[in-house]
Design a protein around this ligand. Sequence first.
Ligand code: C2E
Ligand code: MG
Ligand code: MG
Ligand code: MG
Length: 282
Amino acid sequence: RARQEGDGGYLFFSAEMNRRAKEHLRMESELRRGLAQGQLLLHYQPKASLRSGRIVGAEALLRWRHPLHGMVPPGQFIPLAEETGLILDIGAWVLEEACRQIAHWQERGLKVPPIAINLSSRQFDHHLPMRVQAVLDQYGLGPERIRLEITETLLVRGPEQVIPIMNELAAMGVGLALDDFGTGYSSLAYLKKFPISTLKIDRTFVVGLPGEQNDCAIARAIVTMAQQLRQEIVAEGVETAEQMAFLRGLGCDQLQGYLFSPPVAADAFAQMVIEDKRLALG
Ligand code: C2E
Ligand code: MG
Ligand code: MG
Ligand code: MG
């Protein structure tokens, strides 16, 4: 009896795994084709200063305009792209597309703030600084036009692996932001060793503000630490005026979230910059 169940379970899992493997293969080739056929695009989410309310930056966020499924969010294809290594080609495209767009805005006389670009840890190798410099040169952009967002998963490789690359980028003048801070494994002892100019408090700690005491304590600790380390601090996923007021009270520098604006198409972002859209600080 038990054995039969076991066999059945095995059969079930094997069929299920087979189905998933096929699904992955299909999606990978669709994504590869999508990249080649121009189905990927970037949206931009503005970051507002908690002092002036003005737009002081934006984050480029990847979208896949799938011919059948419509606009697919990155959470649904980046994990697969990371697994297969396709993220390297996609990441190269993102870097180039963001720089192309910034140069285009500049040519039209638009004063665009620095644009942050997300990097997969797989892109973070010793060729990266040279590649970034080549794209900046190609579009005639200064290094202060972009920022690079990295995550804590990168830091687990150990300081001796990543610090030289980070230092090279910092020496070039490209600012580094640590994304989703607090969700990963980075130890506080490590943190001061990395040339990171910005910390982004993850949305999971912002959601409970100001009602959840634990979230308040964590947010306060992160802001205090960032201030001591002279890092700029950005709160992600701010959706309510109450969250904003609390973060502002802590001395957090910038806010990114639906309260101010969701990620929008490039033209819509340019329009916000032209109109000098401001966050109502209340
Ligand atoms: P992330 O870098 O932490 O980006 C912030 C995410 O939070 C975005 O999701 C954004 O739409 C969402 N968000 C912003 N404000 C709010 C809010 O007020 N409420 C809620 N509920 N969500 C908010 P998105 O665009 O789906 O991106 C998800 C993740 O995919 C990103 O998280 C990033 O890790 C990854 N990603 C996006 N674009 C790229 C890319 O070009 N390259 C790489 N390697 N990863 C990317
Ligand atoms: Mg990010
Ligand atoms: Mg983030
Ligand atoms: Mg996040």
